[in-house]
Design a protein around this ligand. Structure first.
Ligand SMILES: *[C@@H]1O[C@H](CO)[C@@H](O)[C@H](O)[C@H]1NC(C)=O
Ligand SMILES: *[C@@H]1O[C@H](CO)[C@@H](O)[C@H](O)[C@H]1NC(C)=O
Ligand SMILES: *[C@@H]1O[C@H](CO)[C@@H](O)[C@H](O)[C@H]1NC(C)=O
Length: 271
């Protein structure tokens, strides 16, 4: 009898711990902003949620934008995107509104016009945030870099549904564990950013902003021209991990205003 009571007590405690974990997770995940087009915390209202988020409403160089081919200046002088990455330890995090792979160690950098930008993290939006001639693609990866003096450069890579993306395949276990167990973070081990394939030397370049609050401006954007592929399952896995009700985490297209978009195309024809 005493043994049964202890077992019962153990079971009850177990369930209480489980319930409290789930509950606290939900509270933690109650995002300060979301993607509900009609919601109080939706993109149209981001700029009113906090004074520091004002640029989301009143900025003049916001992201994402539509990359309309007629509007793009084709140039050959921007130079190849110079990436020098290396493997480093990383953590996969569920930020509630997206999944983020954050490198703890030095994962290398890119160099743009003489400035070095260190790779900090990579996260995903689905469908894509930038559009090409008005069309959204299935997925967009953002590799976020920061210079020593705090300037931000993001490299965007777009995906349509097709063959599996090998980098996402390599993260499958970690993505599943974050999605399924209410764990916010999971150690991803050593992740080599060189495995995030670009596969093209052509890219779009423009000046924009962060696509989530605080929507900070003067972000140097590089969007790889080549559209890569990922499976429906891979896109779904990135979305399932996100605990909010909207089935998107793509910010609406922002006005381009007086900005120009350049398309870098190397002069030689081997691309
Ligand atoms: C934009 O919003 C910020 C923060 O609320 C404010 O400080 C700034 O004055 C606003 N700018 C314009 C042009 O309204
Ligand atoms: C990653 O972390 C482990 C454990 O802390 C450490 O032994 C290893 O050297 C790290 N690897 C790299 C590439 O930083
Ligand atoms: C590159 O940097 C130089 C000097 O800092 C600047 O004058 C030039 O406009 C920059 N070029 C581009 C394409 O940003």
């Amino acid at each position: 009898m005493g043994k049964l009571a202890i077992q019962l007590l153990f079971l009850i405690t177990f369930f209480l711990v489980l319930v409290s974990r789930i509950t606290s997770q939900e509270v933690e995940d109650e995002a300060e902003f979301n993607y509900d087009p009609n919601g109080e915390k939706g993109p149209a209202n981001w700029g009113r949620i906090h004074p520091e988020w004002g640029a989301c409403s009143n900025g003049s160089m916001q992201s994402p934008i539509d990359l309309l081919s007629e509007r793009v200046d084709v140039v050959s002088h921007l130079g190849r995107l110079s990436r020098s990455y290396n493997p480093a330890n990383a953590t996969l995090m569920n930020r509630g509104h997206d999944m983020m792979l954050k490198w703890e160690g030095a994962a290398g950098s890119i160099e743009i016009n003489g400035t070095e930008y260190l790779l900090k993290q990579c996260h995903w939006h689905s469908p894509s945030e930038h559009t090409i001639n008005g069309k959204r693609l299935a997925l967009e990866a953002h590799m976020v870099h920061e210079s020593l003096d705090g300037r931000v450069a993001v490299v965007g890579i777009m995906y349509m549904i097709g063959r599996p993306d090998s980098f996402l395949s390599s993260l499958r276990k970690q993505l599943q564990s974050v999605a399924g167990t209410y764990e916010r973070d999971t150690v991803a081990g050593v992740v080599d950013p060189r495995n995030i394939k670009i596969g093209s030397r052509k890219y779009y370049r423009y000046i924009g902003s962060l696509t989530i609050p605080p929507c900070t401006e003067n972000v140097l954007w590089t969007i790889v021209r080549k559209v890569r592929t990922a499976t429906r399952e891979q896109v779904r896995m990135l979305r399932v991990a996100v605990h909010d009700e909207s089935d998107t985490n793509a910010r609406p297209i922002q006005p381009i205003n007086s900005r120009t978009v350049k398309l870098f195309r190397p002069e030689d024809k081997d691309d």
